[in-house]
Design a protein around this ligand. Structure first.
Ligand SMILES: *[C@@H]1O[C@H](CO)[C@@H](O)[C@H](O)[C@H]1NC(C)=O
Ligand SMILES: *[C@@H]1O[C@H](CO)[C@@H](O)[C@H](O)[C@H]1NC(C)=O
Ligand SMILES: *[C@@H]1O[C@H](CO)[C@@H](O)[C@H](O)[C@H]1NC(C)=O
Ligand SMILES: *[C@@H]1O[C@H](CO)[C@@H](O)[C@H](O)[C@H]1NC(C)=O
Ligand SMILES: *[C@@H]1O[C@H](CO)[C@@H](O)[C@H](O)[C@H]1NC(C)=O
Ligand SMILES: *[C@@H]1O[C@H](CO)[C@@H](O)[C@H](O)[C@H]1NC(C)=O
Ligand SMILES: *[C@@H]1O[C@H](CO)[C@@H](O)[C@H](O)[C@H]1NC(C)=O
Ligand SMILES: *[C@@H]1O[C@H](CO)[C@@H](O)[C@H](O)[C@H]1NC(C)=O
Length: 397
């Protein structure tokens, strides 16, 4: 048994080597402490739904081929819900009909490269938590979930005894190739007979920016006395301004004499030979450099559409105007945040955990292309604010 302090909700564990996380992953369900109730009526049952992506080929071959050619990797051949790429005779969950029957869905997006829409026929979803925080509950018919994120949502099974489609499909509003398939499963009410026809639902089109924004804008932290939002109201180091994007590097052996790369402030991450934490802890020179530019080297000018929003927006960030629109009262605390295509996201964090921390894109293809960097958080005062000694059996190579 593991006890999490100050965190509640669902976490996602995953491999971080090559594309192995495609199958090496799962959910860590973090229940309230014994005797501490949920903030909502206790659900009758909890259902963990891990959404994933599936390739006919070995994913290692897929990414290796892409890297060799310098091109984008093949998109997946299907999405999965709990490992199933399509409807199965069995169902995802059996539920009972009744106005007091509540089920909590713990949804994890483990897809490698796609943000996903999630919906259930004839059922609204009340979102109560994301990652490991409670949120101000809100009702929606569609959940948007990015790779690495988790969402806890409650459904009430007040519908007629029947079968209800559960559907998952991608959200992508840029002109790039995605796996555009939908995968489905079903929810069965007890008493349903095998021949019952499933109630269907259609998902929003792939480019539904509005549906995606509606969901993102509905997320507010609970900010109650017991679960305050703890927003850092002042900042010591304002504006690390990171532009993330794709580019091309010359590559003589690639198809078009160049390869696709991804960068942060025009710097593409190259995997080091020595682990960054080791290099930092043991003062190994040459392990990494600490001259990462805190802003882009040239003005970044993206010209796009500009829907109104608060701390996530399309178009160029305006350092004079946009900070005034930041939500400093009830922003949601997450470990993964979506950055809109051609847009920006502003985040604040407390550097209260010494060590070396990766900040990277959770679309695995971008991470492979180098969209990653690391923060070194120096030791503070005393042992509680210092990196602990490495274990005595730390591997030497
Ligand atoms: C990627 O897709 C192309 C075109 O469909 C196919 O020829 C190739 O074999 C695929 N690569 C892998 C590794 O499956
Ligand atoms: C749902 O109920 C059926 C019939 O009792 C059973 O075979 C099946 O395993 C159940 N499915 C789940 C996901 O619990
Ligand atoms: C879902 O919520 C919307 C908006 O509150 C409402 O109009 C709709 O009837 C609800 N649907 C179901 C199935 O409860
Ligand atoms: C899905 O993608 C495939 C392959 O790129 C394309 O042929 C097909 O038209 C797309 N389907 C839809 C509904 O966009
Ligand atoms: C979404 O895609 C459809 C089909 O490709 C297109 O007709 C429509 O204009 C697009 N909508 C937006 C908002 O881009
Ligand atoms: C980005 O990096 C490339 C390769 O190092 C360099 O040629 C280019 O001038 C840089 N661009 C900017 C805007 O700094
Ligand atoms: C690394 O350098 C710092 C600062 O010079 C020093 O305090 C620390 O003891 C060194 N660590 C090791 C493991 O040598
Ligand atoms: C950004 O690009 C647009 C369109 O090319 C141009 O009109 C505008 O002046 C540019 N802004 C900056 C700050 O360079």
């Amino acid at each position: 048994m593991l006890a999490f302090i100050g965190q509640r909700g669902t976490l996602w564990w995953h491999a971080h080597v090559l594309w192995l996380r495609v199958t090496v992953h799962g959910a860590i369900v973090n229940l309230p402490k014994l005797g501490v109730p949920y903030l909502f009526p206790k659900p009758n049952k909890e259902v963990v739904l891990v959404l994933g992506e599936w390739w006919k080929s070995d994913t290692k071959a897929v990414i290796n081929q892409a890297q060799k050619l310098g091109q984008a990797p093949n998109v997946s051949d299907a999405y999965t819900i709990n490992g199933n790429p399509g409807p199965i005779a069995n169902c995802l969950a059996n539920v009972t009909s009744g106005s007091r029957e509540k089920y909590i869905l713990k949804i994890v997006n483990d897809a490698l490269n796609e943000e996903l829409f999630f919906r259930i026929a004839n059922h609204n979803l009340t979102v109560v938590g994301v990652d490991v925080v409670y949120v101000k509950p809100f009702t929606t018919d569609t959940i948007l979930i990015a790779p690495g994120q988790t969402t806890n949502a409650i459904i009430t099974t007040t519908q007629k005894v029947g079968k209800y489609l559960v559907a998952v499909s991608p959200f992508m509003d840029a002109q790039i190739g995605v796996d555009n398939l939908t995968t489905t499963g079903s929810l069965h009410y007890s008493g349903v007979v095998a021949s019952t026809v499933t109630n269907l639902v259609s998902l929003s089109p792939q480019n539904s920016t509005k549906v995606a924004n509606n969901f993102i804008n509905s997320l507010k932290s609970l900010n109650s006395a017991k679960y305050p939002a703890k927003v850092p109201l002042t900042v010591d180091h304002s504006f690390f301004f990171f532009t993330i994007g794709l580019g091309i590097n010359p590559c003589k052996t690639c198809v078009n004499d160049n390869r696709v790369v991804a960068d942060t402030n025009n710097i593409t991450f190259v995997m080091p030979k020595t682990a960054l934490l080791q290099a930092h802890y043991f003062n190994i020179s040459g392990g990494f450099t600490d001259d990462f530019p805190s802003k882009p080297l040239m003005p970044y000018n993206y010209t796009g559409i500009q829907p109104k929003n608060f701390a996530t927006n399309k178009g160029n960030f305006n350092p004079n105007k946009d900070p005034k629109t930041f939500n400093l009262v009830v922003p949601v605390e997450r470990n993964t945040v979506g950055v809109p295509t051609g847009g920006w996201t502003a985040i604040r964090f407390r550097a209260d955990n010494p060590g070396v921390w990766f900040m990277h894109c959770h679309l695995e293809v971008h991470t492979t292309w180098g969209l990653k960097m690391a923060f070194v958080v120096d030791n503070g005062k005393g042992p509680l604010e210092s990196v602990i000694l490495p274990p005595s059996d730390l591997l030497k190579c």
